[in-house]
Write a protein that binds this ligand. Structure first.
Ligand code: 26V
Length: 814
């Protein structure tokens, strides 16, 4: 790795020793690994701080346009290793710690993941921050400092157990509390009108306030001195109320406010793709949005005198509909605090806000009951009403007499506030996250909106950061690549295409496959340590890791494993390449069927892994507590990347890109970004199966298909399904999996049985391909070589040019 930033090894060692002493009153020899982690992190932070200050000085000097990436989730993972990578002295620190008698890997393992997100949407936000800093774009991530992040998953008797994620218990060495930037957020009460100088002012009264206090986390750019900020908000009770007040009413009010503040930021909602309509969730949304927007306006006003110029200096990018109250909050500030008239305020707002859609799953659409929304946010609700009134007038003037249009597009309808409609009405840009996804939005999901304003719609295919998912997660492959093509790929991933020439060369194939093998041993060791299961690194590592959801079809995967096991048991000539099926997935705590699928996977694993008669041909492993930090090990070790969602359902997927980058072959449906992966690498270097999105959507228009036809006609399917209810995998309770059986036989809304035969075929193909070592090596290498498009650097360049209009900034240290 090129050393772009100077590093003083001896000075660093001294600082670590001093830090251990001042933080823990201990000599370094007696420090625990956790204490060393803290001491090292503070030393690293010391280096970051100067760059952080310099970056913001430069931003202020240039009065640059800034994007505020508003997101309920930032799935950052661990910071230490990533910061060292981006400071370009990871190897040097490794050496320094070696000399002090510590192993950097073990020190990194002391850090809890910052798991302030569920899955794809939150991790995308984290990758975007990395790319924004690396490209030198002025940006803030704005979110919530959840006291408890994504739950820790334990597996007990094959069932998922959720444990609280007390990620802050040892302190977070990288964050900085900024009480000087605290703001007040108001909830509840009522709105009264006051006439001053002939103008009506709307004043919220009788409300409760919560103090929003920001914590800043540095986001280090790669080798460029840029340090951006992730600003996450904590809630504190308002100070005005005194806890020891003698007035009983005041006292109770004070306690109430304490509790209100505490509960708001207490925990991340662990739902992914499912809207539950919880009041606390709306509180969280308004809390961090009001704080972030207020702060952004205050900052804008420090350097700019005319509020009309806001769109030239600020974009609020809304990560899904969760931050959509930003539209109304900005209107409120512009009118009630800045004194603008509606039209002026609306013009500014709709040139400042932009919206990204991340799912077409109907269950995920946020629709707040008006009763709840107006009670909690009375002034915001008034504004939404007026936005809706004007929007409906616009619809009616474009489509006179067309009530369907109003019904389909209104923001307020059926007693609900439809957040997606508010987001679209209030934004100058609406984007999907992969080409197919955007097409489905335009042609189906958001068709009416698209027809009304097609120029508003655009696609931004997702990406991932190669700094974390290759340079940090797969150091062997990273240095092999650098050896071959230099290290510019770290900031310019399209360079990987230069690896194509090596893909047909046997010597390099061997080198590449040897690295894969080393990574498989590393994962096998992890699995042995964490699951107690022995897996053979020579077997095919076939991996599906992602949140558990029916549409992602982990059930299809495990049914196929059951099928293969049947073949092995009944057909002595059944020839299959030894395969290790690796799963990792968290299910939302209340998602019963998803949890049952986890139990099924573990039950199948139990039976198969303990059947000596199949001679280890199949192993099934469920990796507990799948998260960013162990994901890095998993991607590096995969041979086959399972991306098998029902076509049309997965907006993009980003795991698919991480596998590809690390040299795995995609076994997938034509869904989300898989379509673009195949486009880049070529059909012959991926294995595609199943219904296409068009076909799925056609069936859906026609009311589904009949899964019983398949049950009746396909004996292999029948056997597998019967085994769900005959106690083969649940001898203590044969009915345990009946719900899964019923769902497949009666509806199969995710087309699992429909795609089953095609999936079996696809696995056969993988088996055949894998046996041809040279061709497999070529395929795998071409996957890495063709993954350049999927860098989040490319994605961010597109956002910056086509939506945000940002300019890059250079930072030098004096
Ligand atoms: C939705 C909801 C609904 C309300 C309750 C809480 C909650 C939490 C998260 C979400 C987000 C669901 C949308 C999502 O995660 N989409 C994923 O976004 C990825 C990044 O664009 C994309 O790669 C995945 O395909 C898509 O499923």
């Amino acid at each position: 790795m090129k050393k772009l930033i100077d590093f003083d090894k001896e000075g660093f060692k001294k600082e670590v020793i001093t830090n251990v002493k001042t933080l823990y009153r201990r000599p370094i020899e007696e420090a625990t690994p956790q204490q060393v982690f803290q001491a090292v992190s503070y030393a690293v932070k010391d280096d970051i701080i100067d760059r952080w200050i310099a970056t913001h000085k430069e931003y202020e000097k240039k009065n640059v346009k800034t994007v505020y990436y508003l997101s309920m989730e930032f799935l950052m993972g661990r910071a230490l290793g990533n910061n060292l990578i981006n400071l370009t002295y990871y190897d040097a620190v490794k050496e320094a710690l070696d000399e002090l008698g510590f192993d950097l890997n073990l020190i990194e393992d002391q850090e809890p993941d910052a798991a302030l997100g569920n899955g794809g949407l939150g991790r995308l936000a984290a990758c975007f921050l990395d790319s924004l800093a690396t490209l030198g774009y002025p940006a803030y991530g704005c979110g919530i400092r959840y006291r408890y992040g994504m739950f820790k998953q334990a597996i007990k008797d094959g069932y998922q157990i959720e444990l609280p994620d007390d990620w802050l218990k040892d302190g977070n060495p990288f964050e900085i509390k900024r009480p000087e930037y605290a703001v007040e957020v108001k909830f509840g009460g009522y709105v009264r009108v006051e006439n001053r100088d002939g103008r009506n002012y709307f004043i919220q009264d009788g409300y409760q306030t919560v103090r929003a206090v920001p914590y800043d986390v540095p986001v280090v750019g790669y080798g460029n001195n840029v340090v951006n900020t992730l600003r996450i908000w904590d809630a504190e009770a308002d100070q005005e109320f005194c806890l020891d007040s003698f007035d009983k009413g005041e006292y109770e009010k004070a306690v109430e406010q304490q509790n209100l503040a505490k509960t708001i930021v207490e925990v991340l909602y662990p739902n992914d793709n499912h809207y539950a309509g919880k009041e606390l969730r709306l509180r969280q949304q308004y809390f961090f949005i009001s704080a972030s927007v207020q702060r952004a306006i205050l900052k804008f006003k420090e350097k700019n005198s005319d509020i009309h110029n806001l769109p030239d200096k600020v974009t609020f990018q809304m990560n899904d509909t969760h931050p959509t109250v930003a539209v109304a909050e900005l209107m409120r500030i512009l009118m009630d605090e800045e004194g603008l008239e509606w039209d002026d305020a609306w013009d500014i707002t709709t040139r400042t806000c932009a919206y990204t859609n991340h799912t077409i799953m109907a269950e995920a659409l946020e629709k707040w009951p008006i009763e709840l929304f107006s009670r909690l946010l009375p002034r915001i609700y008034q504004i939404v009403e007026e936005i809706n009134r004007r929007f409906v007038l616009k619809i009616q003037s474009m489509y006179p007499g067309n009530q369907d249009k109003v019904k389909n597009m209104a923001i307020l309808y059926d007693g609900q506030v439809k957040m997606a409609h508010l987001a679209i009405a209030g934004s100058y840009s609406v984007n999907g996250v992969a080409a197919l996804h955007t097409k489905i939005l335009e042609e189906r999901e958001l068709k009416d909106f698209y027809e009304m304003r097609p120029e508003q719609f655009n696609n931004k295919t997702n990406g991932i950061t190669q700094r974390r998912f290759l340079l940090h997660g797969n150091p062997l492959l990273a240095s092999w690549i650098t050896d071959k093509i230099g290290d510019e790929w770290i900031v310019k991933l399209s360079n990987l295409k230069k690896l194509k020439v090596y893909a047909t060369d046997e010597k390099y194939q061997q080198e590449f496959m040897n690295i894969k093998y080393q990574n498989k041993i590393r994962l096998a060791n992890y699995i042995k340590e964490h699951n107690g299961v022995d897996v053979d690194p020579r077997s095919i590592f076939d991996v599906q890791v992602k949140r558990l959801h029916e549409y992602k079809r982990q059930l299809l995967n495990i049914l196929h494993v059951m099928y293969q096991y049947n073949e092995l048991k009944t057909n002595p000539s059944y020839d299959m390449y030894p395969t290790t099926y690796i799963f990792g997935a968290k299910a939302s705590a209340g998602y019963k069927r998803a949890k049952l699928i986890i139990k099924l996977i573990n039950s199948v694993a139990d039976v198969i892994n303990n059947d000596a008669s199949i001679k280890g041909k199949i192993k099934v492993v469920f990796i507990e507590n799948y998260r960013v930090s162990n994901a890095e090990l998993i991607f590096a070790a995969a041979d086959v990347s399972e991306q098998i969602s029902t076509a049309s359902r997965e907006a993009s997927g980003t795991g698919n890109m991480k596998f590809m980058l690390n040299g795995a072959v995609t076994l997938g449906t034509m869904d989300g970004a898989n379509v673009e992966i195949v486009e880049e690498v070529g059909e012959e270097n991926a294995v595609i199966f199943g219904l296409r999105a068009e076909e799925v959507m056609k069936y859906e228009r026609e009311g589904g298909y009949n899964p019983k036809d398949i049950y009746n006609n396909d004996a292999a399917v029948r056997t597998v399904l019967t085994q769900l209810i005959n106690g083969m995998y649940s001898s203590d309770d044969p009915d345990r999996f009946r719900d899964l059986y019923d769902s497949l036989i009666n509806e199969d809304v995710y087309f699992i049985l429909k795609d089953f035969a095609s999936y079996v075929e696809a696995h056969r193909k993988i088996d055949t391909l894998y046996r041809d070592e040279k061709n497999w090596a070529k395929m795998v290498m071409l996957n890495t070589a063709c993954s350049g498009k999927f860098s989040s650097d490319r994605t961010i360049e597109e956002y910056a040019k086509e939506i945000w209009n940002l300019k890059k900034v250079k930072v030098t240290l004096d």
